[in-house]
Write a protein that binds this ligand. Structure first.
Ligand code: MG
Length: 384
């Protein structure tokens, strides 16, 4: 949208808010906010469970799996649909049952203005503690909806330059040398690789990857190292092989060991399992060099934006990550990616039954579509 048009529309929006008038379908088609006043429409929430099929068996330090349960949400307002998603990897404790149960308690019809995001999210937060993925599915749908009502993508509403979106990593799971070599070669379009570690073949994993590529890598141990001296030995080994940082090397409970490792390691040490929401952030100071923010852990885009702001003030590095997710939640996280140091947003690339198109990866770099909201479209209509 041209700046002049945006100013014109902003003025009309202000007018609509003052008078509380509802717009015609023609006005909506131009991207104008209508029905956003006090006497506006009703927000209708719908949702359905869905099972993501992984392209490959996904193995990390503690487990393997071939599917991930998700719940797809839609908030419809004044004929416009905002899409959201909850993804529930088993280790975070949420499930189809828990998310559906949480969503059944949500009454959005009491709100008549989707732009009252602070009030709506405070209400959702107050329903029950925890349930971060369920809450994220609502936060994402609300962002998608309001962005669409404004006719703008969220990166623009936040004032971010899409050219500053980083490259995204592609994940290489723990496997035999033969399979790792094959997967690394397949990952040649990517300019950053994330190597899973924490079983009994750590050196083999990095050596195998390095036998076929020189691209930058980082390592995710998923709490797999128990001994701090071994962790430091590996940090040095990885540093000599061009790794950029190490994610969650040791169990999150071993706080003193991790703080010692962070102090002595040549590579930054990034918290993942150790933190979920903004409430955990202050505890990371002096223990880790940075944090991995995921929408499914922190509760959505609003919480992630606030965490990024706060973590920057604390001098921490920021990685934005994801679970295995459709292009819905991945594209929502991608809207924030111009603000972070590194991105690990490959969750949609690891599944074979994505139902959305959104953020793409071009020459390894996150490319944000110039579509409003979180920038996604349905691959086939009528999925909800
Ligand atoms: Mg991780």
């Amino acid at each position: 949208m041209k700046k002049r048009d945006f100013i014109k529309i902003s003025g009309l929006v202000a007018g609509a808010l003052i008078t509380g008038c509802k717009g015609s379908p023609g006005d909506r088609a131009s991207g104008l906010v209508m029905g956003a006043g006090k006497s506006g429409g009703v927000m209708k929430l719908s949702y359905k469970p869905y099972e993501l099929q992984l392209r490959h068996v996904f193995t990390v330090a503690a487990s393997s799996r071939t599917t991930t349960p998700v719940v797809l949400t839609t908030i419809e307002y004044d004929g416009i649909k905002g899409f959201g998603e909850a993804s529930m990897p088993p280790y975070l404790g949420e499930s189809h049952e828990s998310v559906l149960s949480f969503l059944s308690k949500v009454d959005l019809e009491q709100f008549h203005d989707p732009f009252m995001r602070e009030d709506i999210l405070a209400y959702i937060e107050g329903i029950m503690p925890g349930n971060h993925a369920a809450k994220a599915s609502l936060d994402i749908a609300l962002h998608d909806l309001t962005g669409k009502l404004l006719g703008q993508p969220w990166f623009r509403l936040w004032g971010l330059d899409p050219q500053k979106a980083p490259v995204t990593s592609f994940t290489i799971g723990i496997d035999t040398a033969e399979v790792v070599k094959e997967k690394t070669l397949e990952a040649s379009p990517y300019k950053l690789l994330k190597i899973k570690m924490g079983r009994d073949n750590d050196r083999e994993m990095i050596d195998t990857v390095r036998s076929v590529t020189d691209v930058p890598v980082f390592v995710d141990v998923n709490q797999g190292w128990k001994d701090r001296n071994y962790a430091l030995e590996m940090a040095n080994y990885l540093s000599e092989r061009g790794a950029l940082f190490i994610e969650q090397p040791m169990p999150k409970e071993q706080i003193d060991d991790i703080a010692w490792l962070t102090e002595n390691s040549p590579l930054p040490i990034i918290a993942d399992e150790a933190l979920q929401t903004v409430d955990d952030l202050l505890l990371m100071k002096g223990v880790y060099s940075g944090i991995n923010i995921k929408l499914m852990k922190c509760g959505g885009m609003d919480a992630a934006y606030k965490m990024i702001t706060m973590a920057r003030q604390m001098g921490m590095k920021i990685l934005i990550g994801c679970m295995t997710e459709t292009s819905c939640a991945v594209s929502a996280a991608a809207q924030l990616s111009p603000l972070v140091d590194w991105a690990d947003l490959d969750g949609n690339l690891l599944i074979s039954n994505d139902i959305y198109e959104g953020m793409t990866v071009v020459d390894g770099k996150i490319t944000l579509p110039d579509r409003p909201g979180i920038g996604i479209i349905e691959k086939k209509s009528g999925n909800l």
